[in-house]
Write a protein of this length. Structure first.
Length: 290
């Protein structure tokens, strides 16, 4: 993860080296060499995604990519977006996502839960399934990510999630996939983690971003540092409103999106939201030029 950036672009190499120094451990070696279970520990995953994203961002000037009118990030990617627009320093962003990963892991240990992706059902149908799951079990399950039409992620306690998964299959979901996590992200089960994380946010300096952040929690633009802090504090317990966020930007006249990071997931979601706009990703943009 990120090795090609490190070996190809000096600016990207500096980002990985700086991260190793800030964190006091060789995160770059975990990214490049694994083992996978160590990289997939959320304690490392969240900083690794931020570092790989910012490393890709710092390589983009070599490809003459124009700057953005807005930034947005999916879940943890919101912190990468804030670093990209200078609302948050790289060091502070890195420390925040490591703390976020720690608190989320502790929350999963304290209140075990899970998540599942539901494909081929509209939001109203998934909400009805979650309502039934809560009613029948007395425990929480709800929408965690509204990724694109026909792709939603739900999270909740193990019992309530199991029931919602059963109902989704009974009611005709095209596919239901349990995610390999033991926590219920973006749900009320993260309440204690969110409360502790807000203290870290309050202790971190934020600046007015160079361009507005379209936040997960609001699906609209934010520029005031206090509003950004508040939205980040809500993010752990509220859904990621990705479909609404992308549509809001399109409504403002945005017709080109660049996904900055180690994979192409958001570019795929963009095609499901609106096939008329252009989506590019840094994997392609930063590929060797013949």
């Amino acid at each position: 993860m990120g090795r090609d950036l490190y070996t190809t672009f000096p600016a990207s190499r500096d980002v990985f080296d700086q991260a190793d120094h800030i964190l006091g451990n060789a995160l770059s070696r975990i990214c490049f060499e694994g083992p996978a279970d160590l990289l997939n520990d959320t304690w490392n995953t969240q900083p690794a995604i931020l570092v790989a994203s910012i490393a890709a961002l710092h390589a983009l000037p070599e490809r003459s990519i124009p700057g953005p009118a807005y930034v947005a990030g999916h879940s943890m990617g919101e912190f990468s977006a804030l670093v990209a627009t200078s609302a948050l320093s790289f060091e502070d962003g890195l420390k925040l996502v490591r703390e976020r990963g720690r608190l989320m892991k502790e929350a999963g240990d304290r209140s075990p839960g899970g998540m599942a992706a539901i494909l081929g059902m509209e939001r109203d149908s998934v909400e009805a399934i979650c309502t039934a799951g809560r009613s029948q079990t007395g425990e929480y399950v709800g929408i965690a990510n509204d990724n694109c039409p026909g792709q939603l992620v739900i999270s909740g306690t193990v019992t309530a999630l199991d029931r919602a998964v059963e109902l989704a299959r009974e009611r005709g979901a095209k596919r239901v996939t349990r995610l390999a996590v033991s926590m219920a992200a973006h749900s009320p089960l993260m309440k204690q983690a969110a409360e502790e994380f807000r203290r870290a946010l309050d202790a971190t300096p934020f600046q007015k971003p160079a361009v507005p952040l379209v936040a997960n929690a609001t699906a609209g633009p934010l520029t005031d540092p206090d509003d950004i802090r508040e939205a980040l504090g809500r993010q752990l317990t509220s859904p990621v409103r990705w479909t609404e966020s992308v549509r809001w930007m399109i409504d403002q006249g945005i017709d080109q999106f660049v996904e900055v990071g180690p994979k192409q997931v958001l570019t795929g979601l963009l095609r499901r939201i609106d096939r008329q706009v252009i989506g590019q990703n840094t994997d392609a943009l930063l590929a060797p030029v013949d």
